[in-house]
Design a protein. Structure first.
Ligand code: NAX
Ligand code: ADP
Ligand code: K
Length: 511
């Protein structure tokens, strides 16, 4: 699903109005109808107090129109107009008149007003600011927002949590609605998925208000949300007469004394995701352990006992995954540097492999184009420098990826794969995956997919999704706390099965 900027959403609104020859308040009516249906189908007339806080723009207009529909269906409502500006939108004013026609009189909240009482049992509808927010809310509006947040009521935000700008960090983190649920129009917003702004969104859902589908299809978006529909077409089915050579020979280079497990996890994941063959290159100390732990993986060792030195392999791997548990010993840095100069295979680079690159930036020119780098935020910062906001982070990562023609996988709750000026936002995974070694598993997965012929950016997008799905299935079986990285590997097969599962309706039809 595409993720549009605020500007693109306004253009989509405009093109819909033109194409369908409707008025902008018709679109607002549609939006409010969708909001109403969502709420009504859940409440089914339950007598709960619904307090609607409406701004004076179109987001407020949505709230006022929703208030009318709730009132007409007998709900107990209280409407407040948050009067933060005298530049009221036409559709807001139109809907305010329609509400007054029903003899519903909103209270106006101004600078001087007392904050209304909100019970934890109330439902709050937050329609103060939408995507038009372009400067810091006044302090009195911020205080109202903080008051709503402190009420412990269920807060339903219209389109976006009020106070959250779409393209920069909030001016004051306390002046943003902490939404229990966000009903967002047509397309999800990038801020829902970024670490600093996603915290304001507990749950979200998109409401289809029928914006011009041609416009959406033909407009290039900087970001895309990656769910099952986006991932399924990337899957490469296995053919009957294929053999292990068809699915590539992966080389995993890594490990050091005390960190051989990282290679075990990565090579096991690489094999489990379907690489035809996997060879691990490790320091001598790990030989017995790795051969015992994963007998299917072939093992080569360097000349030193505890660290990798002189990476010599007697074959040309299809793909190389390098860096997990590798450390930063001087010999290892030299070995990595020499290996980069002679290596001809595409690469996946992780962990200390990335840290070595950050400290020896001249090595970057030898990294094969289209390689996949998989940094967590700290590793990314070492690579591209400090950022002030998630938005700056993404811009810098995009520029770095473009400059070196690389794929960068920024790991996190919503891992974002950046390539060729675009960002692909993952939707699978859970906090149980915040555990040692889960990144090593991802390195193995992406390497193993590239070995099977997935293009690097596809391997990254598909791999991140599958890794998260394995995490979700692992968490269902074990719970968050007990989810270890090895459990992720165990669930790779289930994740494939889940991805390829026929939807239930189709199954019924074929039975
Ligand atoms: N345009 C359309 O056709 C549709 C718009 N819809 C709604 O319209 C919203 C956007 O509406 P608007 O563009 O009116 O913007 P908002 O309702 O988000 O904001 C209202 C206005 O306040 C001003 N403003 C921004 N920051 C402020 C601040 N800190 N203090 C005081 N004033 C400030 C801006 O000039 C802005 O236009 C969407 O989020 C959505 O809820 C929906 O009704 C669907 C259809
Ligand atoms: N809260 C979370 N929700 C979803 N996925 C997470 C979360 N925390 C971590 N992950 C995932 O777990 C992996 C952690 O990788 P990394 O930080 O490299 O760990 P390690 O170095 O221990 O292997 C990443 O793929 C990341 O996306
Ligand atoms: K809102």
């Amino acid at each position: 699903m595409k993720i549009f900027s605020a500007q693109q959403i306004y253009q989509a609104d405009k093109s819909t109005i033109q194409k369908e020859q409707i008025k902008s308040d018709d679109l607002m009516e549609r939006a409010a109808n969708q909001l109403f249906e969502w709420l009504h189908s859940r409440l089914r007339g339950t007598q709960v107090n619904i307090q609607l806080f409406c701004g004076i723009g179109n987001n407020g207009g949505d709230g006022i129109a929703l208030a009318r529909m709730l009132h007409e269906h007998g709900y107990s409502i209280k409407v407040y107009v948050v009067n933060y500006s005298d530049k009221r939108s036409e559709d807001f004013l139109l809907n305010l008149e329609r509400l007054k026609d029903l003899k519903v009189w909103p209270d106006f909240i101004n600078k001087e007003s007392d904050l209304p009482e909100i019970s934890p049992n109330d439902i709050v509808v937050d329609a103060i600011f939408g995507i038009g927010l372009n400067r810091a809310p006044d302090d009195w509006v911020g205080s109202l927002i903080a008051h709503i947040n402190n009420s412990r009521a269920f807060v339903l935000s219209v389109d976006v949590p009020s106070g959250l700008p779409l393209d920069e960090a909030p001016w004051n983190p306390d002046y943003v609605i902490q939404a229990s649920y966000v009903l967002s129009f047509q397309l999800p917003k990038l801020v829902f998925f970024l670490p600093k702004t996603g915290v304001y969104v507990n749950q979200w859902e998109v409401l289809d208000i029928g914006l011009n589908p041609d416009f959406i299809a033909n407009t290039e978006a900087d970001f895309e949300l990656i769910g099952r529909p986006e991932v399924l077409p990337l899957y490469r089915p296995r053919l009957k007469f294929s053999h292990k050579g068809t699915f590539g020979h992966s080389l995993i280079v890594g490990g050091s004394y005390g960190k051989i497990g990282a290679v075990q996890l990565a090579s096991n994941a690489c094999l489990t995701v379907g690489s035809g063959m996997v060879t691990a290159f490790i320091p001598k100390c790990g030989y017995d352990a790795l051969q015992t732990a994963v007998p299917e993986v072939m093992v080569l060792t360097g000349s030193r006992d505890k660290y990798i030195s002189g990476i010599e392999v007697p074959f040309q791997p299809t793909v190389v995954g390098i860096g997990v548990g590798i450390g930063q010993d001087d010999d290892t840095v030299s070995a990595f540097c020499a290996f980069l100069k002679k290596n001809k295979s595409p690469m996946v680079i992780d962990a200390d492999g990335l840290n070595i690159l950050s400290q020896n930036t001249e090595m970057l020119k030898d990294v094969p184009e289209m390689s996949v780098l998989t940094p967590h935020p700290k590793e990314l910062e070492r690579l591209i420098g400090y950022w002030d906001s998630d938005f700056e982070k993404l811009e810098k990562a995009k520029a770095f990826a473009l400059k070196h023609n690389l794929v960068i996988v920024i790991k996190g709750a919503h891992t974002i794969t950046v390539y060729n000026g675009k960002g692909y936002v993952n939707t699978t995974g859970n906090p149980g995956m915040a555990t040692a070694g889960s990144g090593d598993v991802l390195t193995g997965i992406i390497t193993g997919l590239m070995a099977q012929g997935y293009a690097p950016v596809e391997a990254a997008i598909f791999g991140v999704y599958l890794h998260g799905l394995a995490g979700d299935m692992g968490a269902s079986a074990k719970g968050y706390e007990a989810l270890k990285a090895s459990v992720l590997v165990e669930h790779i097969g289930n994740a494939y099965a889940e991805l390829l599962r026929q939807p239930e309706v189709e199954q019924k039809e074929t039975n």
